[in-house]
Design a binder for this molecule. Structure first.
Ligand code: GAR
Length: 193
């Protein structure tokens, strides 16, 4: 086997737009995105996956189906695909023990604020409303809590006084699209993924 050509088989999980999915897919990383796991059939990220010929595994929440059952089906697919690491990219669900125990220290998340500040779904708006002089982006390992777990990388992003929320959001997304691929690259180079 030629180790130089070895690509790490990974999965990306996303719920929405998918600009971070696309940044990872476009970056010249030693990975193969085996599957996009998505929990919304209308999420724009699905079209982005098609553009990059990445298969989509749809896993929508259903009444009467537990998180454990839903995650078992995801896990089965990840195992079939030989997935070794998971990158959450705007995946708006808490990952449960089924996946956490199967991928210890192998599930990364991106959050649009400097954790532990401004966790949750509205990290950019919450920082904007709090009028902090800077906010940022965090890449971290996940645990059972929302936007929690050991930080791997953080980058500050300035919040200027005359910024609109849109200005700040654009600046943060720009940083996200660099920081996530660069952090993945470093972890692979360091043998941590
Ligand atoms: C990103 O800003 C990501 O940091 C955020 O969702 C957005 C997804 O954008 N994640 C969280 O807020 C996690 N709590 P995208 O779909 O364009 O990649």
């Amino acid at each position: 086997m030629n180790l130089n050509n070895h690509k790490l088989p990974v999965a990306v999980f996303a719920s929405g737009n998918g600009t971070n999915f696309e940044a990872i897919a476009k970056a010249d990383l030693p990975i193969e995105i085996e599957v996009l796991v998505c929990d919304h059939h209308e999420a724009p990220v699905i079209q982005r996956a098609r553009k990059f010929q990445v298969p989509v595994f749809l896993s929508e929440a259903q009444k009467g189906v537990s998180k454990a059952d839903r995650e078992s089906k995801i896990l089965q697919r990840l195992k079939e695909d030989g997935v070794k690491a998971i990158f959450l990219a705007g995946y708006m669900r808490i990952v449960g023990p089924t996946l956490l125990n199967a991928y210890p220290k192998r599930i990364l998340n991106i959050h649009p604020a400097l954790l532990p500040k401004f966790p949750g779904r509205h990290g950019i708006k919450d920082a904007y409303d709090a009028d902090v002089p800077y906010t940022g982006v965090t890449i971290h390992y996940i645990d059972q809590k929302i936007d929690n777990g050991p930080v791997i990388a953080q980058e500050k992003v300035p919040h200027y006084t005359n910024d609109s929320l849109h200005d700040l959001a654009m600046r943060i997304h720009h940083t996200e699209h660099q920081l996530y691929p660069n952090t993945i690259r470093k972890l692979i180079q360091q043998g941590k993924l």
